[in-house]
Design a protein around this ligand. Structure first.
Ligand code: HEC
Ligand code: HEC
Ligand code: HEC
Ligand code: HEC
Length: 126
């Protein structure tokens, strides 16, 4: 158990260093890139939307992800684990299709929605 926890700690540090990690509730995405950081209020979404609507492991058009794999520090669940530059849907597209796609869908309803404009998500500090 102890070693597992230590490995976990190392992973947290690695993720933190890569600018990917997450204080508390919000997940900080990007940052090292030209468009700047995107703050993703993960917990806020978790309250409203089913995990499997965003997280998936697609096989033959079916989501075969085991919900128990949705654990902190599991690198396999990160979007970029599958959506890399070699895939049809690369990383940026994966995020844009999912985040902006859903916010756009909600725009057609009476319910509140999230941001759809570049500058509302991308915080450019330069
Ligand atoms: C709902 C939020 C959202 C909106 C709206 C949005 N983006 Fe993004 N965008 C993201 C996320 C999340 C990523 C992935 C960040 C990462 O980890 O690299 C991303 C990645 C990117 C990237 C690749 C990473 C980088 O910084 O080079 C570019 C370029 C980009 N977006 C441009 C745009 C432009 C241009 C618009 C407006 C047309 C836009 N985005 C609108 C959330 C958004
Ligand atoms: C609205 C979409 C959405 C919903 C709903 C959602 N997630 Fe996530 N989750 C994401 C995104 C995007 C990331 C960041 C992935 C990345 O960095 O590549 C993430 C990251 C994670 C991570 C890894 C980061 C961390 O905090 O350790 C875990 C674990 C996780 N989600 C579990 C869950 C569980 C459990 C649920 C349901 C209770 C859930 N998620 C619901 C989109 C969502
Ligand atoms: C285990 C691998 C894997 C992971 C992790 C993964 N995806 Fe996917 N995703 C796929 C595959 C495979 C498809 C089917 C399309 C394709 O062949 O690229 C897909 C399709 C999509 C699509 C288009 C279909 C749809 O659902 O509307 C979007 C958008 C998407 N992924 C976003 C994401 C985001 C955002 C994350 C992180 C929260 C994520 N994916 C994590 C493998 C993965
Ligand atoms: C499946 C649908 C769905 C997906 C996917 C989704 N969102 Fe949202 N998002 C919503 C809804 C609905 C709201 C508004 C909820 C409310 O105000 O009650 C929202 C609100 C937000 C807000 C505003 C939060 C606040 O405090 O008012 C931000 C920022 C945001 N989303 C960013 C993102 C980013 C970044 C992603 C992709 C990583 C994403 N969302 C993916 C549905 C989604």
């Amino acid at each position: 158990m102890k070693t597992i926890r230590q490995i976990g700690l190392v992973l947290v540090c690695v993720l933190f260093a890569s600018g990917l990690y997450a204080f508390s509730d919000d997940i900080e995405l990007g940052g090292e890139n030209i468009r700047g950081t995107v703050m993703f209020p993960h917990e806020f979404h978790m309250g409203e939307i089913d995990c499997m609507e965003c997280h998936h492991d697609m096989q033959d058009g079916e989501n075969v992800l085991d919900e128990y794999d949705l654990e902190e520090d599991n690198p396999d669940i990160l979007c970029g684990a599958c959506h890399n530059p070699k895939e049809t849907i690369e990383r940026m597209e994966a995020f844009h299709y999912q985040c902006v796609g859903c916010h756009n869908n909600y725009k057609m309803t009476a319910d509140p929605t999230g941001p759809t404009m570049c500058g509302e998500c991308h915080i450019i500090t330069k």
